[in-house]
Design a protein around this ligand. Structure first.
Ligand code: PGA
Length: 256
């Protein structure tokens, strides 16, 4: 029996007009969700954050930014600060998503600065890690995951202290948006590796408390099996989070 409360997080990426966002948010907020059994979070694009804040304010649904800069303000054209996210109702922020790492050259060093800034600002970072297909085929998965963890959480490793609210997300790059999900057993192996890394670098309690989400082609028909794995504590959902019915049937995995 897991003591960790599952989290189902919708990563909308660069999708949905304001009208579409309103429809989706209305669909999600009007559903009957048992918040004793699951935490639910949406990460809309920046342009829909205010709308999400207005529509979700009286609900238990959480809001996250998809990215942010690590400075609180200044001459950084095109960037959004941790304080701005907080001011728009965000409690969480996704950092180090593989699309940011691969397409926008975000290094683990940058991710570490963002994790530090999030924690300082009182935002909960959802820190993403994951190997590419080539790295998996070369049998480097665990080395890559270890290096990404060491570097993306460098400051916390040095202090040997990680707030237990921090969330990790294992997203094998080869499974994102491809329709290829890691089998529950393959995902579980990596999740267990991550949990052992947490115990080694921090302590038992931190390792047992921190939630590790799985991401990569999560769908209504594979969530249940994934959630049966002892170290999978929820999901980061891209494509299937853009429709209320598919997102909700994932979020309400406990009913099936
Ligand atoms: P996907 O995306 O569910 O569309 O594979 C997951 C993610 O990138 O967070």
């Amino acid at each position: 029996m897991k003591n960790r409360k599952p989290l189902m997080a919708a990563n909308w990426k660069m999708n949905l007009s304001l009208d579409e966002a309103r429809d989706l948010l209305n669909g999600v907020r009007s559903a009957k969700i048992d918040f004793n059994k699951v935490e639910v979070l949406v990460a809309p694009p920046f342009t829909a954050l205010q709308l999400a804040h207005a529509l979700l304010t009286e609900t238990d649904i959480l809001i996250a930014g998809q990215n942010m800069h690590w400075e609180s303000k200044g001459a950084f054209t095109g960037e959004i600060s941790p304080l701005m996210l907080k001011g728009t109702g965000c409690s969480h922020v996704i950092v180090g998503h593989s699309e940011r790492r691969a397409l926008f050259f975000e290094t683990s060093d940058i991710v570490n600065s963002k994790v530090d800034a999030a924690i300082e600002t009182g935002l909960i970072p959802i820190v993403c890690i994951g190997e590419t297909l080539k790295e998996r085929e070369d049998k480097k998965t665990f080395d890559i995951i270890r290096t990404q963890l060491n570097e993306s959480l460098k400051t916390n490793c040095k202090k040997r202290n990680l707030p237990q609210s921090v969330i990790l997300a294992y997203e094998p790059v080869w499974a994102i948006g491809t329709g290829k999900t890691a089998t529950p057993e393959v995902a579980q192996k990596v999740h267990l590796f991550i949990r052992r890394w947490l115990i080694e670098n921090f302590d038992n309690n931190t390792g047992e408390t921190i939630r590790i989400l799985y991401g990569g082609s999560v769908k209504p028909d594979n969530i249940k099996e994934l959630m049966l794995q002892p170290d999978i504590d929820g999901a980061l959902i891209g494509g299937a989070s853009l429709k209320a019915d598919s997102f909700l049937s994932i979020a309400k995995f406990y009913e099936s």
